[in-house]
Design a binder for this molecule. Structure first.
Ligand SMILES: Nc1ncnc2c1ncn2[C@@H]1O[C@H](COP(=O)(O)OP(=O)(O)O)[C@@H](O)[C@H]1O
Ligand SMILES: [Mg+2]
Length: 159
């Protein structure tokens, strides 16, 4: 399992951009980590790299935000506030069938509805102080394509 130490919010956005640069249509990125870990911050870097000019905001209250104007459509989801009965109102399968990039924050509730192959990142705060900008990102790639994605994204990040 690969781990990467990140020292600032800017570097987290850079990691997001590196993942976007090396992403392919139908890629699926799952983001784990506590509130304030940096999941949305990473997605902002990713969105910018895809050419999205409007701000990429947390979809906590909307569950899904679609950015179809991007180089590759971005579907950004956040299931933190999902109630069980909301789940059926979201066409997850439909989004996964589109040639875009699906990014999911708090994917725990939908794991059973996801394909076998995805890239899962876990972001952890490693310092106790509340204002520390240090994070560790753990990469968990399922399947050949996702292992390749991690390799390419890290090469891009370290360039
Ligand atoms: N290294 C870092 N990576 C990501 N965010 C960081 C980092 N250091 C500080 N931050 C700050 O922490 C907050 C993370 O918030 P957010 O990305 O919304 O988290 P999440 O989506 O995981 O709840 C932002 O205010 C961001 O500026
Ligand atoms: Mg968030």
């Amino acid at each position: 399992m690969t781990k990467l130490e990140i020292n600032s919010a800017e570097d987290m956005q850079k990691l997001g951009a590196s993942l976007a640069k090396t992403a392919k249509p139908h890629d699926l990125l799952l983001l784990n980590g506590d509130l304030g870990a940096g999941k949305t911050t990473m997605t902002q870097g990713l969105g910018r790299e895809l050419g999205i000019h409007r701000p990429v905001k947390s979809p906590t209250f909307t569950i899904v935000r679609e950015y179809r104007e991007a180089k590759m459509p971005l579907f950004h989801m956040d299931f933190y506030r999902l109630e069980n009965d909301d789940l059926s109102s979201i066409d997850l399968e439909g989004y996964l069938a589109e040639p875009g990039l699906v990014v999911i924050e708090w994917p725990q509730l939908v794991m059973n509805d996801l394909p076998d192959e995805f890239l899962q990142l876990t972001i952890t705060r490693v310092d106790d102080s509340w204002d520390s900008t240090k994070r560790v990102v753990e990469f968990n790639a399922h399947g050949k394509r996702n292992k390749e994605w991690v390799k390419d994204a890290l090469a891009e990040y370290n360039r």
